[in-house]
Structures are given as structure tokens and as C-alpha cells.
Design a binder for this molecule. Structure first.
Ligand code: ADP
Length: 799
């Protein structure tokens, strides 16, 4: 540089001051560290606030914020002189005169003047602003990096598709192991083929026009080949001196699948919404808490009302429910708010004016922070009709129950809950209130005789759910009156607890009285019939008996007359001795007939009046029967009839009256002979049983018809009068036999078949009595006696 030129042509001071930087020169000869500044241009004053005088006074080093730093600077300058002898740029912090901290850049060099004096030239620049700016920029960059790194989105910086930067989330979303896997690679290979063209266009637009492109949804492929749904926005940005693109990618795969599920759910809900049987409405609730127009209505609602959805969108609840006004709706809303929902009945009016009864369930709900009333409306036309029919039928039933001539009660467990009028009359109370909730046991009690029946009835009720119709006597506790009831109890069906009973009662006291009367009447009329019958029998008997009495007496009388005649006219009519004997025998037999008849009559009378007694002795029954049978064998065989006696045992001792047994046997055998033609057979058998003896008398005679078999033991009965006329008899014999068997505690039965024969069976119980002297049988006497007995018992048989 030609300084002479500068000295000659340019004012040096002006030159120094016009430099856009600080210039300061000081000489090294000055005593360290108090060197004097020789040049201090105005820029230096501007930077530091100090004039040359002020700085020389203070010392140059003192403007450094750290004094030591200033001293070091100076020292450096001195030392550097020998080291590099030239320039060295440094940054220092200084404090201006005003106390402001500034950063200056210092460029120092040593120059020698002509007199070889060494001077330090210092060029100073205030770089405070740049430094702050740089720092701010660095902070911004740091912040940006942090944001990018912590961003929940993947962030790529690419230059025309070539990736320069990628944050952690980018690595994660695109499944890269390390940044090198993506940085330096083309973005295209991660774009789904369907979106490649769109993406290219977007890159082109952002790069050329340097603008942002709007957010779009696209699909990408990760490093591992998975397809992901992403949301991408991109903007142009200069980065490290290049025109780059910032791409923000958000993984929305999950959201997409959720949306899909939601869409599916909504579709399902829609389907349900439109396919339920009930009408569904949605009304938005305004700030006053009142429902506004219908915002939604399902198909059922539209079909039922005949309005389209659009039409409903401008209608409010009273438009379709004409009987509900706004005031009522406001009341409903208060309840719904309190309870969450409200079920009520209303009437819906269709577009063509038809009224439909409905049951509405209104629910308060919140959708997207808005309040709605959801109303589910069910058509209850059928139910209403049923209810009406039910009411009608209930009315009819009530009428029926009230008009029934029965007492009808309903018991709730054991307490009266209902009674009809007749029922109240039975209890002798004027109104239901008098008996309601009273236990039935406080009102009625079963009569002593019916307590068992009552108990059984209740048991059956619980077992089967109902009782049969029973008659019972109950006591009305109110007045102790005994009532005859006909009762039936049924457990009421359809009751939850199953402990309700329906009792239907009929007072049959009158019927019972009538029945009693009727019974007495029939008893009396039976007695009357019996008396009449008895009377007829008696008349018949007396007619018969007179005949029976007259016949032997006539025979005796006529025989006597004959004998008498003979005696008076001994010469004229002489009877032979044989004839004489025969006449005597006829008279004797007829006397026996009379005796037999009289005996039987006396015995019957004795039995009837209770004066007939048995003379019981322990006798061998086999002997008694055998003896009497054998003693008449001859008589019978003379009649051309065979008689056979047979016994299973030889001895069986039992308590009996041998005389009466003989009469029984003789009677039966005489009947057998009477009704058996010559050539027939009679069997007398004794059958031995464990506790009894059975004596049978069997014949092969005419037999007795079945219908007559029972009667023959009755007194005065003769089976066939026309027949018996030929065979004499009074009809007393068998009745006497039966009485005698009865007195022996035995039984008599008959087996017989007409024209084949009859079999009489007598069963006598085997027991003993205390022995008396009478029990010793005098056999001889008995034989004598037997002859008489046989004569008497066989007196009506003509040999
Ligand atoms: P009666 O003294 O008239 O014989 P019974 O009481 O002995 O009276 O008998 C009643 C009736 O029973 C007889 O009249 C007869 O009709 C019938 N009867 C009794 N025994 C026999 C018999 N062995 N075979 C057929 N009929 C008989």
C-alpha cells in the first residue's frame, strides 16, 4: 500500500473513522500492561462507549468482561508477535461504558513503523447480534429436532424423494431397525403401488410451487412388508441449503380398523333400529330441557304413522301424540331427568287420522354432548282390546258369581279375600268388610263328626290342587249354628305363590232335613211293607195252620166215629183186628202231627219271646248225628229211599244241645224224605274242620230254585204251595232249624239245583262249656226219646 498517497491525498483521521469497524492501535513500547492507545476510531467509541482519552485512562484490557482475559489478550498479542507475527481472530466479551455486555471479534496484528517501533493494530467488530441470532437459531434447530424426534408422527425430510432425515417414529412405523435403512433411500419403495402416482404429483407440486399439500389418507408398505393406513401431510422447506420436503405421516391403521368396526356396528344398529317391532324416535332436547323436532325415526315409526323421515324432521311430539300437550311433556321431562326413563301410555295419531294406542318408554341420553330423548313406542292395540275383553269377561264373571245360588269365597292363604252375597249370607254378615282378611277358621269350624273328613280334604287340596265335592257339617262360630254344606275347593291357577283357593259352598241343610225325613219315611214304609207282608204271611199261615190242625183232627175224629159206630153196632159191622190196629195207628200218627205242629208253634213263640234256651253240654257231635240218622234209617228205607251216613272223624266233642241237634237233623232228613221220590238217596256226612264241624244232609230230590233258596229259612215260607199241598207242612220247620243253628253260633247254608237235589250245610263252631251233671247222657233214655221224636218229626210223612 502506498501510504504516501494516503498521507498526501486522504485525511487519515477521516479514513480511520469511516472504516465500518473498530480500529485501535497501540505501541508495544509502552509499559505492559499500561500501553497507551494511539489510534481509537469512532467505531471503537461506538462499540465501547469510551473515548480514546477515557480508554487510555482506564486501560484497554479493562473493557474485557473478565480482566484476566484482557490481560491475556494483550500478552497474547505480545507473544504472538513472535509466533505468527500476523493476524489472529478472536472473540471476546466486553462490558461497555454503559455496562452492556457485548461480544466483539478481534483481529490483531503487529505492524512496524518507519522508526521500527512495533505497534499492535487491532480490528474490532461488534458481533453481539450475530452471536445472539446464531444462538437463537441453534436453539430453534434443537427445539425442532426435539419436536421431530418426539413427534407421534413419522417425520421424513426428503429431497425429491430421497430421504435425508427420519425421526424415531418414522423408524418405528415403517419398521426399520436403524436410521441407515431409510436415510439415503428413496421414499417411493415404501409407498403402496395404488398411491405412487398421487405421491409423485404431490412431491412435484411441493417442490416446484414451494407450497404445502393437504392432508390425505394413503397406504404404505413397511420394511417388513406390512401394509399400513397412514395420514400424510407434506410441506416444502429449505433444509441445509436444499429445497426439501417435510413429510408428516401418521399411522391410522388402528383408527381405520376401528372405523370399520364402528361402521359395521352402526350398520348393525341401523338394521336393528329399522327392524325392531317397535317404533323408535329420537328428539333433540333444547336448552330449556324440552324435546324438539324428531331427528331420527325408524322404518316402523314411518310405516306406522304414514309420515316420511323428512316430514317427521319438522314435527314435534304433540303432532303425533295429540292428547299430550307441552305442559305434560314438560312434566314427563322432569320425571325422565330424575329417573332416567319413563314408561307411559299414549295415543299416536297417524297421517290419515287413525288413532293407535301405544306404550312409550322414553329414555334420556347424551350423544356427542347433545341431549336427546329416545322414545320406543309399542303398538298396544291388541293388548288394549284384550284388556277390554278381559274387563268385560271379568264383569260377566262377577255378575255370574253374584247371581250363583252358591257361596263363593276366595282365600288368600287362609284369609278371606272375597265372598259373594250368598257367601256372606252363609256367614250371616252384611258386607265383605266384615270378613275380609279374617281367617276362615275364625268364621267356620268343622263339626266334631267331620273333623277327620275336613283334615283329609285339606291334605288332598294341597296334594292335587282340588278337593272332591264333599258334604260336611260346619259350625258357624258367630252364633254356633250347625250348617250342612256341600263344598268343593280348588287351588286358583295362574297365581304366583299358588296359595289362593276358590271355595264353592252350597248350603244343603234343607236337603239334609228332607233326606232325613225321606229316610225315616222309607224306613217306616219298609216297616209298613214288612208288617203288611208279615200280616199276609200270618194270614196264610193261619189258613195253613188251620188246615194243618183240621186235617189230623178230622182224621182222628172220623176214625173215632168209625170205631164208635163199630162199637155200637157190633153185630152189623164188624171190623177185623188188623183194621182196628190200622185205625189206631192212623189216629196215633195224626196225634203226632198235631203234637209236632203244636211243638213247633210253641218253640217258635218261645224263640220269638226269648224264652227258648239251649241246654249246652260237651257232647260228641258225631255220635249225636250218627245215632239219630241210624234210628230213622229203617223208616226211610221202607219208603224206598236209601240213607247213608259217613263221617271224617269218629269223635269231635263240642258244646251243643243234643236234643236240638237231633231236631235239626230230623227236620232236615224229614224234608229230604218229603221231597225225594222213592229210589232216591239221602246222605248225611260229617266234615271235620280245624275250628268247626260241618254236617251236611244231601238228597237227590226235587231241589229248590235259586231265587227261593234264601227265603226258605224265613218263617211260614213254602216254596211251592201247590206242590207242598201234597207234602204236608207248615213252613215253620226250616225257620226253626235256622234259629236253633243260630243259637249254637253256627251257620246254615244251602246248595241246590232243581230236579237234581239239595244239600243243607250246617257249620258249628267247636268250643267247650263247663261240664255239668246233665252232660252225662243216658243213652237208653235217649233211644226211647228218639223213637218219640222220630214219630213226631216224621208224622207228616205217610208210610
Ligand atoms: P214245612 O214244614 O212246610 O216242610 P219247612 O220250613 O221245613 O216247612 O220247609 C219250607 C219249604 O222248603 C218246604 O215247603 C219246601 O218247599 C222246601 N224244602 C225244604 N226242604 C227241602 C228239600 N230237601 N227238597 C226240596 N224242597 C225243600
Amino acid at each position: 500500500m502506498d501510504l504516501n498517497f494516503i498521507e498526501k491525498n486522504i485525511n487519515v483521521v477521516n479514513l480511520i473513522n469511516s472504516i465500518p469497524g473498530g480500529l485501535c492501535i497501540y505501541s508495544l513500547k509502552d509499559l505492559y500492561p499500561y500501553m497507551k492507545v494511539s489510534v481509537w476510531n469512532t467505531y471503537m467509541t461506538k462499540i465501547t462507549g469510551y473515548t480514546i482519552e477515557e480508554i487510555n485512562e482506564k486501560g484497554f484490557y479493562s473493557i474485557f468482561s473478565i480482566k484476566e482475559e484482557g490481560i491475556k489478550f494483550i500478552t497474547n498479542c505480545i507473544e504472538k508477535r513472535s509466533i505468527d507475527g500476523n493476524t489472529k481472530r478472536h472473540q471476546y466479551e466486553i462490558i461497555t461504558k454503559d455496562g452492556v455486555e457485548k461480544i466483539i471479534s478481534v483481529n490483531s496484528s503487529i505492524i512496524s513503523t518507519e522508526d521500527s517501533k512495533e505497534n499492535i493494530v487491532i480490528l474490532v467488530k461488534d458481533i453481539t447480534k450475530y452471536i445472539i441470532l446464531e444462538q437463537e437459531l441453534r436453539e430453534i434447530e434443537q427445539r425442532l429436532n426435539k419436536i421431530i424426534d418426539t413427534s407421534p408422527d413419522a417425520v421424513f425430510i426428503h429431497d425429491n424423494g430421497q430421504v435425508i432425515e427420519a425421526n424415531n417414529m418414522a423408524l418405528k412405523i415403517f419398521e426399520f431397525d436403524k436410521p441407515e435403512d431409510i436415510i439415503g433411500h428413496s421414499m417411493n419403495k415404501f409407498i403402496h403401488p395404488d398411491f405412487c402416482d398421487i405421491v409423485k404429483d404431490r412431491i412435484k407440486i411441493t417442490q416446484e410451487k414451494e407450497i404445502s399439500v393437504p392432508l390425505i389418507e394413503e397406504k404404505c408398505i413397511t420394511a417388513k412388508g406390512n401394509i399400513i393406513d397412514v395420514e400424510v401431510s407434506s410441506t416444502h422447506i429449505p433444509y441445509k441449503g436444499k429445497k426439501c420436503n417435510f413429510v408428516f405421516i401418521r399411522n391410522i391403521t388402528e383408527r381405520k380398523s376401528m372405523e370399520k368396526t364402528l361402521r359395521k356396528g352402526e350398520k348393525k344398529f341401523r338394521k336393528l333400529f329399522n327392524n325392531v317391532n317397535d317404533a323408535i324416535y329420537l328428539n333433540k332436547v333444547d336448552e330449556n330441557g324440552m324435546p324438539t323436532v324428531f331427528t331420527e325415526a325408524n322404518n316402523v315409526a314411518c310405516n306406522r304413522l304414514g309420515y316420511s323421515r323428512e316430514e317427521l324432521n319438522s314435527m314435534i311430539i304433540p303432532d303425533i301424540n295429540p292428547f299430550i300437550n307441552l305442559k305434560e311433556i314438560s312434566g314427563f321431562m322432569t320425571i325422565i331427568k330424575k329417573k332416567g326413563n319413563l314408561i307411559y301410555e299414549a295415543t299416536s295419531k297417524t297421517k290419515n287420522g287413525q288413532m293407535i294406542p301405544v306404550e312409550i318408554n322414553s329414555i334420556l341420553m347424551t350423544l356427542n354432548d347433545e341431549k336427546y330423548i329416545l322414545s320406543i313406542s309399542r303398538d298396544i292395540t291388541e293388548r288394549k282390546e284384550n284388556e277390554k275383553a278381559l274387563k268385560e269377561s271379568e264383569k260377566n264373571y262377577r255378575r255370574l258369581i253374584e247371581s250363583l245360588p252358591y257361596g263363593v269365597y276366595i282365600l288368600n292363604k287362609d284369609k278371606v279375600s272375597f265372598s259373594n252375597k250368598v257367601g256372606l249370607d252363609y256367614l250371616d254378615v252384611p258386607s265383605l268388610e266384615d270378613v275380609k282378611n279374617k281367617k276362615y277358621t275364625e268364621l267356620l269350624q268343622p263339626h266334631e263328626d267331620y273333623k277327620e273328613v275336613f283334615k283329609r280334604n285339606i291334605e288332598q287340596l294341597y296334594a292335587d290342587g282340588h278337593t272332591p265335592l264333599i258334604e260336611e257339617k260346619v259350625i258357624r262360630l258367630k252364633d254356633g249354628k250347625v250348617l250342612d254344606f256341600e263344598t268343593i275347593i280348588t287351588r286358583l291357577p295362574y297365581e304366583d305363590d299358588g296359595d289362593k283357593f276358590l271355595i264353592v259352598i252350597r248350603d244343603i241343610s234343607d236337603r239334609k232335613k228332607a233326606e232325613l225325613l225321606e229316610m225315616e219315611m222309607s224306613k217306616k214304609s219298609k216297616l209298613l211293607d214288612e208288617a203288611v207282608e208279615y200280616e199276609t204271611l200270618r194270614t196264610e199261615f193261619f189258613a195253613n195252620i188251620s188246615h194243618e190242625l183240621r186235617t189230623p183232627v178230622n182224621v182222628i175224629l172220623s176214625t173215632l166215629q168209625l170205631l164208635n159206630l163199630n162199637m155200637n153196632n157190633i153185630n152189623t159191622y164188624l171190623i177185623s183186628e188188623d183194621k182196628y190196629k190200622k185205625h189206631l195207628s192212623i189216629m196215633k200218627q195224626n196225634c203226632y202231627r198235631l203234637i209236632r205242629l203244636i211243638n213247633n208253634l210253641i218253640d217258635v213263640t218261645k224263640i220269638d219271646s226269648g224264652y227258648f234256651h239251649l241246654n249246652l253240654t260237651n257232647s260228641n257231635i258225631v255220635n249225636v248225628v250218627e245215632d239219630i240218622t241210624l234210628s230213622i234209617a229203617e223208616y226211610i228205607e221202607n219208603k224206598g229211599i236209601s240213607i247213608v251216613f259217613d263221617t271224617e272223624v269218629e269223635e269231635r266233642v263240642l258244646a251243643c244241645d243234643p236234643d236240638k241237634i237231633e231236631r235239626i237233623i230230623l227236620n232236615l232228613i224229614s224234608n229230604a224224605v218229603k221231597f225225594t221220590e222213592p229210589g232216591g238217596n239221602i246222605f248225611v256226612n260229617i266234615i271235620n274242620k280245624k275250628n268247626s264241624i260241618v254236617i251236611t244232609v244231601t238228597d237227590t230230590g226235587i231241589g229248590i230254585p235259586n231265587d227261593k233258596q234264601k227265603m226258605i229259612f224265613e218263617r211260614f215260607i213254602q216254596v211251592d204251595k201247590s206242590l207242598t199241598r201234597n207234602r204236608e207242612g207248615s213252613g215253620i220247620g226250616l225257620s226253626l232249624v235256622k234259629s236253633l243253628v243260630d243259637m249254637h253260633k253256627g251257620t246254615i247254608t244251602i246248595e241246590s239245583e232243581p230236579n237234581k237235589g239239595s244239600k243243607f250245610l250246617i257249620e258249628l263252631p267247636v268250643y267247650l262249656v263247663n261240664e255239668t251233671e246233665k252232660s252225662v247222657n243216658d243213652i237208653n233214655y235217649r233211644i226211647q226219646e228218639n223213637v218219640e221224636k222220630i214219630n213226631i218229626e216224621f208224622s207228616d210223612i205217610y208210610f
